[in-house]
Design a protein around this ligand. Structure first.
Ligand SMILES: NC(=O)c1ccc[n+]([C@@H]2O[C@H](COP(=O)([O-])OP(=O)(O)OC[C@H]3O[C@@H](n4cnc5c(N)ncnc54)[C@H](OP(=O)(O)O)[C@@H]3O)[C@@H](O)[C@H]2O)c1
Length: 343
């Protein structure tokens, strides 16, 4: 039994770069090879990240016997094809979110993984941070009473539209797929079940992808979740879990820092109009008793993700995200995208 997992990286884009920094910082991952559509890009990427082998094709990477696990960081529409090819080549796969273009493709990918007895996990890196585990535990032990409402937001503004895979309607893109998927995953994770009712609206130029969207989910246990996602605006990228006895605020839920990640529990919050003087002028939404907890990971977020994946492959640890979890997310995305209209 060896202790380090050898990674092969498919694609040399933005998130592949961040993942490689993470693997180089991880305890149980080592970068073995990269595969790109061009030799030049593969060689440059390999040199930047101290990767021993550069392949000038994706096929070359998959045929490399030194690679044990493949990281798929390609446009969404290519996840199915290259995940299945990697599995057929005998590799474990960590596939970027959103897992595929739709639920049907996702099921096909998991079917192959199961037939081959290989690990296949969706790369929702935020789930690897101990912050999320600490908040789960806080909710579970009743710190905010009965959880009834989840509010999340994930937005950014980019002006790079030409050549950006997120804006290409042919690549199963758009804000819901790119970042709404985090809010959906977070809400379902904390609800602990699948929504019984799903709705979404979006700003979507004709022939384009959804750029600003709002989604809602109703969960059978008696819980409402709402979120906003956007690729053309700035907003608070926060998560709130609201219960009968108080609420939890996570100021940085999606990319929590290695050191100094926090969440706060706020209780006994009066309606804002009841507040007077300084309390009302406070920048804090409500001025009830607030306890803030710091959760250090002491590791790059993508390094945590790589170590978590290595634990599943090498030690048989349960996967960070199961097939059921990923398929549940894809079903919500399918339905929301159906509602906001075809590209
Ligand atoms: N977990 C996270 O934090 C996170 C963050 C951002 C993105 N993502 C996900 O990761 C995936 C890639 O996103 P990204 O931001 O890294 O994208 P990107 O910078 O555009 O990189 C995508 C890479 O895919 C390869 N590729 C193959 N066919 C392509 C095509 N037709 N058009 C463009 N690129 C093509 C290219 O690599 P070669 O030229 O080397 O072949 C390219 O560098 C997406 O699924 C996205 O949702 C995850």
């Amino acid at each position: 039994m060896h202790n380090k997992l050898s990674w092969g990286i498919l694609g040399t884009g933005n998130i592949a770069r961040q993942f490689c920094i993470g693997v180089n910082a991880s305890h149980r991952g080592k970068l073995m090879a990269v595969g790109s559509r061009t030799a030049e890009s593969a060689a440059k990427f390999a040199a930047t990240h101290q990767i021993p082998v550069a392949h000038d094709s994706y096929e070359g990477l998959l045929a490399d016997p030194r690679v044990e696990a493949v990281y798929v960081s390609l446009p969404n529409t290519l996840h199915r094809e290259w995940t299945i090819k990697a599995l057929q080549a005998g590799k474990h796969v960590l596939c970027e979110k959103p897992f595929a273009a739709n639920t049907v493709d996702s099921e096909a990918m998991f079917d192959v993984a199961e037939q081959r007895g290989l690990v296949l996990i969706e790369a929702f890196m935020y789930r690897a941070h101990p912050l999320i585990h600490a908040v789960i535990e806080s909710v579970r032990q009743g710190d905010i009473g009965t959880l009834q409402l989840i509010r999340t937001s994930f937005c950014y503004r980019t002006t790079r539209i030409e050549g950006n895979i997120r804006f290409d309607p042919n690549l199963a893109s758009g804000g819901l797929m790119d970042i709404g998927c985090y809010c959906i995953n977070f809400s379902r994770h904390f609800a602990g079940e699948e929504p019984s009712s799903i709705s979404a609206i979006a700003l979507k130029p004709a022939g384009g992808v959804d750029q600003v969207a709002a989604g809602m989910m109703l969960f059978p246990r008696g819980l409402v979740a709402s979120f906003t996602s956007g690729m053309s605006l700035q907003a608070d990228n926060t998560a709130y879990l609201c219960g009968t006895e108080g609420y939890i605020e996570i100021p940085i839920p999606w990319k929590p820092p290695a050191i100094g990640a926090t969440f706060s529990i706020v209780r006994a919050t009066p309606p804002r109009m009841d507040q007077t003087g300084l309390a009302a002028a406070s920048s804090v939404p409500n001025s009830g008793p607030r306890q803030t907890f710091t959760v250090d990971a002491n590791m790059d977020l993508y390094g945590l993700e790589a170590d978590d994946f290595a634990g599943t492959v090498l030690d048989g640890k349960p996967p960070m995200l199961t097939r059921q979890d990923t398929l549940g997310n894809m079903r919500v995305l399918d339905e929301m995208r159906r509602q906001v209209g075809p590209h």
